[in-house]
Ligand binder design. Structure first.
Ligand SMILES: Cc1cc2nc3c(=O)[nH]c(=O)nc-3n(C[C@H](O)[C@H](O)[C@H](O)COP(=O)(O)O)c2cc1C
Length: 347
């Protein structure tokens, strides 16, 4: 067993809502890593089904991951402003703003806690802070080890002070959403090489490194800088078990083989800053746009555009989530990728 995780190796397959399910998690667990179930876009019933499906494939320990964002009350004026900003695209693609409903990302709540109490996963991780104190205590009472992501030293200290057993230091290289929950200034975000040793010095709990780690070199560097384990997301996105769609796969395959892939942090897809390959919507509106509706509401306004464009093989409105280093992406099974990566823990 690895020193800070219940898996054989100190490697976590990052939970990736919308991009994977129990099949990827099970493959990683069977290879000795810690597979993750990303619950942010699932109902409690769907989550229970995913846990049962995973348990049918492996009895290894696994991680269940939740978002802990606030849900601002829906605001019609803000929604109208965002839809107005997208008007020309609606006209061009012949769609209306709400013709393609999307599942709303929901924060961890009592229904999800009941699933944890029933199935008792070994590890539970949170993105965007921690649940409120009562829920957090109840999660810990299930016996789960609690992990949570920090993008600054201050966030890492806050998480450790509020009961996180392990802190995930998320460098600004990371694909997907920034876990930021104290402050919102993206200009001050730190790369993993600077963030990790400072977090390791600042908190009394083990630290997991994440963001831009693509191969054994990255894993060794993270361990040298004070990490007890690593978490990789983008590297798994071209694996057979990945659920990303055709346009995302094509763009990421090109980026994986390119000399330098162009990614940026943008709020235009969900309302919160997240890193992906630069595409038309990001270029046209600017990566951080002030008219965007708040998370998690913004995604609904681009959903119809996304399906219309994707039907023609066009990635203009698709969030092409990727970290800054897609060179580790390989079209192999998540089992084989995990075995290869974990070779570096063998001696
Ligand atoms: C497609 C995608 C979806 C993600 N979804 C989640 C999520 O649901 N929960 C979470 O905690 N982190 C999520 N992340 C962020 C990862 O936990 C991690 O911080 C990131 O993948 C690390 O950087 P890397 O992609 O360069 O390896 C996501 C990342 C990607 C690429």
């Amino acid at each position: 067993m690895s020193a800070c995780l219940p898996s054989v190796y100190p490697l976590i397959q990052a939970p990736m809502a919308g991009a994977q399910d129990h099949r990827m998690a099970a493959a990683v667990c069977r290879a000795g890593g810690l597979g993750s179930l990303p619950a942010a876009m699932w109902t409690a019933t769907q989550l229970a089904g995913e846990i049962e499906a995973l348990r049918a494939l492996t009895d290894a320990p696994f991680n269940v991951n939740f978002f802990t964002h606030e849900m601002p009350p829906p605001d019609e004026a803000v929604k109208a402003r965002w839809q107005h900003r997208l008007q020309d695209y609606y006209r061009h693609w012949g769609v209306t703003a709400d013709s393609a409903p999307v599942p709303l990302r929901r924060p961890f709540a009592a229904e999800q806690l009941e699933v944890l109490q029933q199935y008792r996963p070994a590890v539970v991780s949170f993105h965007f802070g921690l649940p409120q104190a009562g829920l957090m205590r109840a999660v810990k009472d299930t016996g789960a080890q609690v992990l949570a992501s920090a993008t600054t030293v201050a966030e890492a200290q806050w998480l450790a002070d509020h009961g996180a057993d392990v802190v995930i230091a998320q460098g600004s290289e990371a694909g997907g959403h920034r876990a930021t929950f104290l402050g919102s200034d993206m200009a001050t975000q730190t790369g993993l090489f600077a963030l990790l040793p400072q977090v390791a010095d600042a908190v009394p709990v083990p630290v997991v490194a994440t963001g831009g780690i693509a191969d054994e070199r990255g894993i060794r560097a993270a361990l040298a800088l004070g990490a007890s384990a690593v978490q990789l997301g983008t590297a798994y996105l071209l694996c057979h078990e990945s659920l990303i769609g055709g346009v995302h796969r094509t763009a990421l395959s090109a980026a994986a083989g390119a000399v330098a892939a162009e990614t940026a942090i943008s709020n235009v897809f969900s309302g919160k800053p997240a890193r992906g390959l630069v595409n038309t919507l990001m270029r046209d509106l600017g990566c951080l746009n002030e008219d965007v509706a708040p998370f998690p509401y913004a995604a609904a306004a681009t959903a119809a555009l996304r399906s219309a464009a994707e039907a023609q093989g066009d990635s203009s409105f698709t969030p092409l989530w990727s970290g800054q280093n897609p060179h580790g992406c390989r079209a192999i099974s998540a089992y084989d990728l995990t075995r290869d990566l974990c070779g570096c823990f063998e001696g």
